[in-house]
Write a new protein. Sequence first.
Length: 158
Amino acid sequence: MATIHGMITNFENISNIATLDTIQVKKVLNLMRILPTDINIIYFKNNGNGFYVDNDQHRLSYEWLQLEYPFWDPINGSAITLFEVGKNINSNIIETISFLSQLLCLKNSNINFINRPVKQVLPLHWRKELHSNDSTYTPFYALISTKVSKTNFNEKLY
């Protein structure tokens, strides 16, 4: 039986996460002749006391994130990008969100940097945590971005 010796154990909190300019994204989608899709993008950054859009709005607590996503240590994470879909859903919404999340991954591509897609975004859970009754958008997909510390990444995995 193989013994696993390595695991990502420590992360660095960074503040310079690349984001997408929503207006520019809509222009690009129009140039690509993609059907208009109602997508809202929310960026949460770790401020040392949870994940916030700004310092006092839309808090995601470490406790809730740990329960929702036990594979990830949110205390040491950097950012979460939440993609919400609106009422105007068309046939290319999956492709559009895939394109946008991959673009964000490329913009944040760097040594010791992880971008992890989160397909399990349960709308009721997210709305409850965000204290949102807004029915305009539904939480749909997320992307976790984290900088891994060079000193705590064990290269020997097996």
